[in-house]
Design a protein. Structure first.
Length: 409
């Protein structure tokens, strides 16, 4: 995305001194490239976008337009999927808590609900019993060891009786189909994906005896990022093509002569991480006990609400109001009253009060996890650098947006 001072000033005049810039064109490109990487090897691969990563409706609508699935973990996200026109059969409901009304609606309209705990079973059984004329499609989130030394709290332990009890229950119901087996592990390394594939295929052989229509390997892929961000990781950052080889080759070899299941992946950050920038202005620069600190009209919650220790890619645009000064080791602090609110550590370069600071690779979780603490969230605009068009995607939040649910005496 090509930005210049004129574009930033145009957006500021209309939407305020801090804002997000969305590159929907890049989002489409990421979708096509990731899908092509997998489908070149295993053609029946499908992308289910992780709404929780960034549920900005325009992005969810693009996924639907391109033929993707919606992976939702709440009634709220399910509402977004419906509003952008996703067909019920293309909705996958995951998560440890599920609104019962949403579960019923999804199951009775043809979507898939992945069981995370046996405690969900009685309610689903009631739905099946009360609607015997309907075919109910369920999945199971499978929990097994992938060698990452992490015991995930999500899903059903495939080596426990609970897993077997769900399989027996499905077999006892004429209108219930185990349509999907699902797994998801947070680690993004290539090795974890190889272990997922082997674990799921082994599960089919040992416990299921038959292949369900969907094998869902979840999300947890690194996305595209600038070199300055890659350098901060202590692990290799794979490409889309490398993930595809780690996963799809085994599927292509196993299912070459029989009915092929649909392979599903649920990317979030891998699609949206690099498609948003956060733009803000420097409010002040000061030295405190030998430490240089620039305060900006933004917060760590705007760019890094998961509080990882990586500096995002950064670029400064000098506006000329004040003479820039060179700093060897300057930190960018946020507008909040939280001591740890830093957006960037150790900046080296010229900067002045009033300058624009643009943070890249902020599309993942920044919008969905930003609290209205001190200041509500800022506007999102979609900028097309080919046409120069600037379209509002989300208005800046207001007092009324935040306090409409409170009761004032």
């Amino acid at each position: 995305m090509k930005l210049d001072l004129d574009v930033l000033r145009r957006i500021e005049r209309e939407y305020g001194a801090s804002f997000y810039i969305l590159n929907s064109k890049q989002f489409r490109k990421n979708y096509y490239e990731l899908q092509a990487a997998f489908r070149t090897i295993y053609p029946d691969t499908h992308i289910a976008y992780s709404y929780k990563t960034n549920y900005t409706p325009i992005l969810c609508g693009i996924i639907n337009e391109l033929g993707g699935y919606a992976e939702v973990v709440s009634d709220m996200e399910y509402g977004v999927a419906k509003r952008v026109g996703v067909s019920p059969e293309k909705i996958i409901f995951n998560g440890p808590y599920k609104n019962t009304r949403a579960v019923s609606d999804i199951l009775l309209s043809g979507g898939i609900v992945n069981i995370d705990s046996v405690y969900e079973l009685p309610f689903i059984e009631n739905i099946a019993n009360d609607n015997r004329e309907k075919n109910i499609h369920i999945g199971i989130r499978c929990n097994f060891d992938i060698g990452d030394r992490i015991i995930s709290r999500f899903g059903i332990d495939v080596n426990k009786e609970e897993f077997e009890s769900i399989l027996k229950w499905v077999k006892s119901k004429t209108n219930v189909e185990l349509s999907m087996i699902h797994c998801h592990f947070a680690i993004r390394k290539l090795e974890s994906w190889t272990c997922r594939v082997r674990g799921m295929l082994d599960l089919i052989d040992r416990r299921l005896g038959a292949t369900p229509r969907f094998i869902n390997l979840g999300g947890g892929l690194f996305g595209k990022m600038e070199e300055t961000l890659k350098e901060q990781f202590d692990t290799y950052i794979p490409s889309y093509q490398e993930y595809a080889k780690a996963v799809a080759v085994d599927f292509a070899e196993r299912y070459q002569d029989i009915d092929k299941p649909k392979l599903v992946i649920e990317p979030g950050s891998a699609l949206v991480g690099d498609v948003m920038k956060f733009v803000t202005r420097v409010i002040s620069i000061k030295e405190v006990r030998g430490k240089n600190i620039a305060t900006v009209l933004g917060s760590v919650y705007n760019i890094n609400p998961t509080f990882h220790d990586k500096n995002p890619p950064i670029r400064i645009y000098h506006i000329g109001e004040n003479t820039p000064k060179w700093f060897d080791n300057l930190d960018f602090g946020g507008y909040t009253c939280i001591e740890s609110d830093y957006l960037y550590h150790g900046y080296m370069g010229n900067i002045a009060v009033g300058d624009y600071v643009v943070f890249s690779n902020v599309g993942s979780y920044s919008i969905v996890l930003k609290p209205p603490f001190i200041l509500p969230n800022f506007a999102i605009v979609d900028y097309n650098d080919e046409t120069g068009n600037i379209n509002i995607v989300k208005d800046a939040e207001t007092f009324d947006n935040i306090f409409s649910t409170f009761k004032f005496l």
